[in-house]
Design a binder for this molecule. Sequence first.
Ligand SMILES: Cc1ncc(COP(=O)(O)O)c(C=O)c1O
Length: 464
Amino acid sequence: MAIWLPDLGGRRGPKYLQIVEAMAEDIASERLAVGTQLPPHRELAYQLGISANTTSRAYAEAVKRALLRGEVGRGTFVRSPGAILQAGEQSNLRRVRTGPIDLSRNLPLPGFAEPHIRRVLGDMAGGEGLPALLDYQTDDDLVHHSEAGMNWLSGCGVEARPDQIVATMGGQHGLLCTLMALLRRGDLLLTEALTYMPVRAMAERLGLHTAAVAMDAGGVVPAAFEELCARAKPKAFYLTPTLQAPTTLTLSSARRRSIAEIAERNGVILIEDDVFGPLKADRPAPVAISAPEHTVYVTSLSKSVAPGLRVGFLHAPASLVPALRHATNLSVWMTPPMTLEVAARLILDGTAAELATRQSKAAEHRQSLARSILGHMDFTADDHGFHLWMPLSDDWRADIFRAQCARHGVLVSEGRGFAAQASDAPEAVRVCLSHEADETRLERGLQTVANVLRLAPSRSALEI
Ligand SMILES: Cc1ncc(COP(=O)(O)O)c(C=O)c1O
């Protein structure tokens, strides 16, 4: 059988990290299956024409990052990504009140929208419009829904005309349609260095190249974007300027304007993901305002009203809208008129905006709870965000920290899960405050995180 050989083409940095990065990518894409035995260090070194020291270092690093496990006398094998978690400790999208306390999911608090959606569904069931909603829709049928889209976008600070709006099944669908419509196989998509990883997975499926734009304490760095424009001619740049996942940062007005200006000058499409924007009333104006002819603005009701509605809107220059609508047609034919109708009624009678405010206030309350428990520790957060970003001290490794929390019944996410390039993965964790419905469980979870942080890292590594 052919031995595994990493593809090192186009990679930079120390050779051993290039090997680890290629290995992480091959494991993520399942080209390298769990349980596969890797070639001996010397064999791989011989095949790559490098020293055995380098391959030994690569394997040691991969073991440290929980990609591989060594078995004495047998060899080195690809480990299961969940291997450190015990059975029953996996994250669960359902809001359960038993089992591990789940601080790994960035979802809105449940319950607020339910009575309003019951009311709207009752009205719809007794109204005359139902038969039309159960049929295929024409553009004329959708006028009412596009009015709702304009109203929602206006609340986000984006004034839209009907020919600039596309209804989608949420932000994720909006992002996929945008990539499908506007980029071609081989195009380069930029993302922030720490990013919402499903977008990179979509890019891979669509045959796009990706590169990462450096970030600092203020978020994505405009000069790094400019440098990549000059060097690599990207087609588009995906970014989350408000309540960035995972860093919690909100980009300043000045940086937003610089990015808009660089995109315009270089003919780059900005894909502005603002699904968290409605939670933060005092955020700067969207990037789309500064570069209206170069931005696809992505919003959804998932984080502020209810994720199960699956409703979102794209705002784009009118010239791009036919291609975007074509992508929604191709993917789902039409955004479901029933759920769009529910969303439209909630938007047009002001309920959706009220629900966004309630989510934002609930986030504020949970953030103050988190400060009261973790206040003396080092983390970044926003009063209106659902999560914290916690860089760990030099002694800690994020995989060990995560595993220690899991051993004590609390789930958090490793920084590695957000890193566009595995070799740049920060030793940090994301701690989410809104998935757990029960505040007592949240308090217990945060207390555990604080206790694990107080442990001596070397001891906790030995305990695993
Ligand atoms: C940054 C970001 N963008 C988009 C989405 C997807 O949003 P939606 O549920 O509206 O598809 C999420 C969901 O977690 C997200 O975190």
